[in-house]
Design a protein around this ligand. Structure first.
Ligand SMILES: Cc1cc2nc3c(=O)[nH]c(=O)nc-3n(C[C@H](O)[C@H](O)[C@H](O)COP(=O)(O)OP(=O)(O)OC[C@H]3O[C@@H](n4cnc5c(N)ncnc54)[C@H](O)[C@@H]3O)c2cc1C
Length: 505
């Protein structure tokens, strides 16, 4: 392959939420991106119902926060109750977090995916091809040639990189090999989505009913919608539980009035992580790389974090601002984060999926005792900062998400990311003359004025004269401005004369 033969910088395979976000993150920065999906329509039924503040911040970056917000509601309290309704544990929502958004949102997935695709359609660098299926690919030292079947038959798409966002049954994952690591959690659940009809009374909290006779989840979805998930009991089959009469019987317990059942499906909830997320110019993101039981509402969130992590690295490599080995930091940064959330979800699942009445009674007693003493029954949902990767390891705050202060009042609020814009930021207490592939500013900078107290407090808490924030808003490191600028250049392995574009020119 020669540079002249490329159809795009990046081919994104699969336009679920992760592929759509991945393609939009690249194309909005001018990286030419072809995004294909085998289906011609958005999958019409929701799977995910919850995303967190970090994902809303990503939507803010993509310019779709408002459009997405139309399909969301603030996350309510998350309760774990025993069979008789006793409250065993409660996770409270935070209307505001240090990251500029509420702790979580409940949403309707098709609406969110439409907002992402609308954004993609408006980006000149994006070329969306629906009804195109990847069948195979081959790569060499400069690019990837993907064989696809489109509406007019077979074709080849050539790109410098290919990102497989092709979901749980990923062909890309299969092709790059490496296998899956399996958490051996495999529970069948019936998922029922409903929309409220006039006179309906939907629950207003998210609930795990830890009833050994029928473990059940009930969670809010987008406005006017609700989801129930019922664990299948020994001897039950998908066919028996999908009977309308059976589902009506299960819903009767909730006495919600008139509802329209929009979907019923049986899923097996499991925890899987691909062992290999990258083979040279081919990478995985989203469900192709990992799958989690939904108890923590984090599967799609993890996939969107992959997209945020990978997009800026691909852009930097393609622009010659970083060496290709920056991409080696992708899996080591993302995999521990993903595994923490899978383990949290499995932990929640094991609490809920208990069918033995004696074991369930012991669990209830234990959770009640912890509730009385204030000791948490589950680990905190926030994964630890990256321990390694593209960070200045060992410096305060490195590898953690940087905060996003807000100024102004409701309806007219300005967030830090909107003022600072894209790319990496070097923010120092005192004026700096540092230069590099980043926006360098200091606390006297007029545009930072409304955020100065919050950033000053952050720097003070981290005992740091300056912070370097990566384009995905994770902290690269703290220290003096000069040391950070030098370390950032080193971490990117920047050697312009050897950069990819120049080498190919
Ligand atoms: C019951 C349930 C509840 C969940 N709840 C939550 C939740 O509350 N919060 C959360 O964050 N996550 C949740 N999840 C997980 C979440 O739904 C998934 O992680 C997310 O949808 C995965 O997105 P994706 O883009 O990686 O894959 P997908 O959405 O599966 O998209 C993959 C795309 O690739 C396309 N494709 C596949 N093969 C090819 C090919 N060969 N060529 C071209 N295109 C191809 C497909 O057509 C599809 O459009 C839940 C999942 C389930 C099942």
């Amino acid at each position: 392959m020669s540079a002249a033969t490329f159809d795009a910088d990046v081919l994104v395979v699969g336009l679920g939420p992760v592929g759509a976000a991945m393609a939009a993150l690249l194309a909005r920065r001018g990286v030419t991106t072809i995004a294909i999906d085998k289906d011609t329509e958005i999958y019409p039924l929701p799977r995910a119902v919850h995303f967190d503040h970090e994902i809303m911040r990503l939507f803010q970056q993509l310019g779709v926060a408002e459009a997405v917000a139309r399909h969301t509601r603030p996350v309510p309290a998350y309760e774990f109750r025993s069979a008789d309704g006793t409250l065993l544990m409660q996770l409270d929502p935070q209307p505001e977090t240090p990251f500029g958004w509420a702790s979580g949102y409940m949403f309707h997935q098709p609406g969110l995916e439409q907002a992402l695709r609308d954004r993609l359609a408006a980006l000149p660098a994006a070329d969306v091809r629906l009804g195109w299926r990847l069948t195979s690919f081959a790569q060499d030292g400069v690019g990837v040639a993907a064989e696809v079947i489109g509406p007019d038959g077979a074709a080849t798409i050539r790109a410098r990189y290919l990102v497989g966002c092709d979901g749980a049954s990923s062909r890309v994952r299969e092709a790059i090999g490496g296998g899956l690591s399996d958490y051996q959690f495999d529970e069948p659940w019936l998922v029922v989505d409903v929309a409220a009809l006039p006179g309906a009374r939907l629950p207003e909290v998210n609930l795990q009913l830890c009833d050994p006779a029928r473990p059940t989840s009930g969670v809010l979805s987008g406005p006017g919608r609700h989801r129930w998930e019922f664990m299948l009991l020994p001897g039950e089959t998908p066919e028996t539980v999908l009977e309308p009469g059976f589902i009506e019987g299960l819903l009767a317990r909730w006495d919600c009035g008139p509802l329209q059942i929009q979907r019923r499906a049986v899923y097996r909830f499991h925890g899987l992580v691909a062992n290999r997320w990258r083979l040279s110019r081919v990478l995985l993101a989203g469900d192709s790389a990992h799958q989690t039981p939904p108890f923590a509402g984090q599967g799609m969130c993890s996939g969107l974090r992959d997209a945020a992590n990978l997009a800026w690295k691909l852009e930097a490599v393609l622009r010659g601002q970083a060496e290709a080995n920056l991409l080696d930091t992708y899996q080591p940064e993302r995999e521990p984060h993903v595994r923490t959330l899978i383990e949290l979800a499995i932990g929640m699942g094991r609490v809920v999926c208990m069918l033995d009445p004696a074991a369930a009674a012991a669990r209830d007693r234990d959770m009640l005792a912890r509730r009385r003493t204030g000791e948490p029954s589950l680990p905190p949902p926030r994964p630890a900062p990256f321990a390694s990767g593209c960070i200045l390891a060992g410096t305060a705050g490195a590898g953690a998400l940087f905060s996003q202060p807000i100024c102004g009042v409701a309806g007219d609020r300005v967030r830090l990311d909107d003022v600072m814009g894209d790319g990496a930021w070097l923010i120092s207490r005192r004026p700096t003359s540092c230069e590099g592939d980043m926006l360098a500013c200091d606390l006297a900078d007029g545009s930072l004025a409304p955020f100065r107290p919050a950033i000053e407090a952050w720097l003070h808490a981290h005992d740091a004269p300056a912070v370097l924030v990566r384009p995905d808003r994770y902290v690269f490191g703290t220290g003096t401005a000069a040391s950070l600028a030098a370390a950032w250049a080193g971490a990117l392995g920047r050697a312009p004369e050897r950069s990819e574009r120049r080498r190919e020119a």
